[in-house]
Design a protein. Sequence first.
Length: 112
Amino acid sequence: MRSTREYEIEVGLQRISLTPDDVTAHQALRTLSLRRKVGGGPDLGMFEKMKLAWIAARATDHKEGMLAAEKLLAYDPGNVSRMIDLSRHAHGGGFSETASWMDRIIRMAAGD
């Protein structure tokens, strides 16, 4: 059975799918994922993580790759590798607002 937070993550991902350059949608999902992490929410299953990681690393459809990275990041919000995947696909897909937002988060995670 899915928790309320997992359902909210799916809704957030659907919103982002419709408006991939809407930074407020990305910010809302990030806030939710950080709260979920602090609350001890469960991780994604191993096979789901492997599938999404493959898509995030190799997708030629940048929107699909960005969404895969975003879902992985929703369950592991401190994972810089996933942040980089998200930013790379946002840049590649022309989602400049999203790319700039994620680049700022990456710099903060790196301590810049």
